[in-house]
Design a binder for this molecule. Structure first.
Ligand SMILES: Cc1cc2nc3c(=O)[nH]c(=O)nc-3n(C[C@H](O)[C@H](O)[C@H](O)COP(=O)(O)OP(=O)(O)OC[C@H]3O[C@@H](n4cnc5c(N)ncnc54)[C@H](O)[C@@H]3O)c2cc1C
Length: 309
């Protein structure tokens, strides 16, 4: 039966996609099907308001091996719209499923709606300088980045979970060896508060002052590309922007960050943006909810003192 398909290899993102799926359901009047692969954790999925949960059982642990099986499912169920998690694996699978179905695919959709028989999506272009609105004929797929939607809450409904054998499981991937990615910090995209350092900070030693501010706010430290890639003061996984991390914290606090478009593309969705910059015309102030025009070397110590007391 035609429906709205949800898939992500990341279970938190799956719950966020269910929210988007339920919004589409209101207009499309079609059920929301969640599909999970392999050994994904079901916790908190079966009691959302999704209509049916399908677990694709196969022998292969790698999500990308299930692309054909997901496409088969989508084709059998005559899926109208498919929302895929915008993780590297999710994008890879979405592209394969779209090709197999002959469906249009929008990547990095910021919003999805149903309008006049089409999926209507928006996404940022040119590093956030423009918003593209696209109308895709059904069946249509979209990938959605983490934190674009809130996680679906739990409902009283206990959704039926159906296990199906994964047909056409691809076994083209053989893993010779795995080694963990060594991260020097936390996953910035999951941080609720971020203090972000820019080149307004003059010396590496001064990062200790920014560290104190971050600690006082109970925040993680992020930075601009120059701090990570040119100065090498912080690891690259801490830089935010179009070519760095996309973040959406409750509070983003920019210190000596000018707010060039490539940086804004990674943080403009933050709930509250605060910025300190000595240049009152710095572009960060256009994106900021609160701005302090001043010398960070004067402002930051005062803030630390105030926060501590
Ligand atoms: C293809 C491409 C991709 C890019 N991707 C990214 C990306 O993903 N992320 C990213 O961050 N950048 C990216 N960049 C770089 C980006 O264009 C900017 O150069 C960068 O974001 C600027 O970093 P910044 O704000 O630290 O430095 P600047 O632009 O030099 O700004 C420093 C700011 O500090 C202020 N300042 C100086 N001294 C003080 C003081 N004492 N007190 C208060 N304020 C002070 C200045 O007024 C200024 O506004 C990219 C560039 C390109 C071309």
């Amino acid at each position: 039966m035609p429906g709205i398909l949800i898939y992500s290899d990341n279970i938190t993102l799956t719950k966020q996609l269910i929210t988007a799926g339920l919004l589409l359901k209101e207009k499309m009047n079609q059920p929301v099907y969640v599909i999970l692969t392999g050994e994904q954790d079901l916790t908190g999925i079966a009691n959302t308001a999704a209509d049916e949960v399908f677990v694709l059982k196969g022998s292969n642990p790698w999500p990308e091996s299930y692309a054909d099986a997901i496409a088969n499912f989508a084709s059998t169920e005559q899926i109208s719209a498919g929302l895929f998690g915008g993780t590297p694996r999710g994008k890879d699978i979405a592209a394969k499923v779209a090709a197999k179905l002959g469906a249009g695919l929008v990547t990095e959709a910021q919003s999805v709606e149903f309008d006049d028989g089409c999926l209507l999506t928006t996404r940022l272009l040119y590093g956030g300088l423009a918003v593209a609105t696209e109308e895709v004929k059904l069946p249509a797929l979209a990938t959605i980045a983490p934190k674009t939607f809130e996680e679906a809450g739990s409902s009283d409904k206990q959704t039926e979970v159906i296990t199906i054998e994964a047909a056409n499981e691809l076994n083209q991937i053989t893993i010779g060896e795995t080694c963990p990615v060594v991260r020097e910090g936390v996953e910035l995209s999951a941080a609720n508060r971020i203090v972000s350092v820019g080149r307004g900070v003059g010396k590496k030693e001064d990062l200790s002052m920014i560290g104190e501010l971050a600690q006082a706010f109970d925040a993680e430290i992020g930075c601009t590309r120059g701090i990570a890639e040119d100065y090498h003061w912080l690891p690259v996984e801490r830089y935010i922007g179009i070519s760095g991390q996309k973040v959406k914290p409750d509070m983003y606090f920019g210190v000596g960050v000018s707010g060039q478009v490539q940086h804004l593309a990674g943080m403009r969705e933050s709930k509250v943006i605060v910025a300190i910059d000595m240049n009152e015309n710095a572009p960060i102030f256009e994106a900021a909810d609160y701005g302090i025009v001043g010398d960070l070397y004067e402002v930051v110590p005062l803030l630390i003192e105030a926060l501590k007391s």
